[in-house]
Design a binder for this molecule. Structure first.
Ligand SMILES: CC(C)(COP(=O)(O)OP(=O)(O)OC[C@H]1O[C@@H](n2cnc3c(N)ncnc32)[C@H](O)[C@@H]1OP(=O)(O)O)[C@@H](O)C(=O)NCCC(=O)NCCS
Length: 178
């Protein structure tokens, strides 16, 4: 994890995930609208206990990930609203930006604000030259965010488990919009 200090934006704080975030994290994971464009679109059928164990594992591993995975909080309510991550994707085999937000926070520009912050910090703090992001072609909100951040369509890749062609977007450090 390269982000030793919280990243602050005008409305948000991004910092390492904590066990206190679990209830809101879990509610996201079992929300069909949130999971609609993730994998094959089915929600995780984990019991709360299983999900809690997986979340504890995720938190104990977060120090090993590079650049890192950060929880996103609204400053005004001190509330967890989702997460943003930049790390090596096992699927793309490239450095990938990903994010997921609780439905009650959508359409306020929070995902764009958080993703921009983690992207700019990553380019500032590392020598990474390009970052990719893969999203379902129907995920218009996610594609809108990527375009606002300076990503452009780079290529398509077939996701074997769901047997679908997915667009892969790319941003270079020169093109990232601060
Ligand atoms: C995708 C997601 C992160 C968007 O979060 P958000 O906080 O609502 O995003 P923002 O408000 O920053 O920006 C969304 C943009 O998409 C636009 N948008 C929203 N729904 C849209 C739709 N159905 N069609 C086209 N554009 C849409 C919004 O107008 C906004 O653009 P604007 O600022 O130019 O108006 C959120 O819906 C989410 O967590 N979805 C589930 C997980 C996911 O899909 N993650 C990405 C896959 S890798």
């Amino acid at each position: 994890m390269i982000f030793r200090n919280p990243i602050k934006t005008s409305r948000l704080i991004l910092q390492p995930e904590s066990i206190a975030d679990f209830p809101r994290f879990y509610s996201m994971t079992i929300d069909p609208e949130v999971m609609k464009h993730i994998g094959d679109g089915t929600v995780f059928h984990w019991t709360e206990d299983v999900a809690f164990e997986k979340y504890q594992e995720r938190i104990s591993n977060q120090g090993n990930q590079d650049p890192g995975n950060l929880a996103v909080y609204r400053k005004d309510m001190n509330q967890y609203i989702g997460w943003c991550s930049i790390g090596e994707s096992r699927f793309l085999k490239k450095m990938e930006l990903s994010y997921r937000f609780c439905r009650d926070s959508w359409s306020n520009g929070y995902a764009t604000e958080a993703a921009r912050a983690i992207l700019i910090q990553t380019f500032d703090m590392t020598c990474i030259r390009q970052i990719f992001s893969c999203t379902h072609p129907e995920n218009s909100a996610s594609i809108a965010i990527l375009k606002k951040l300076g990503f452009v369509l780079s290529y398509h890749i077939v996701s074997r488990p769901i047997n679908r062609e997915m667009p892969v977007f790319l941003v270079t450090r020169e093109a990232a919009t601060p």
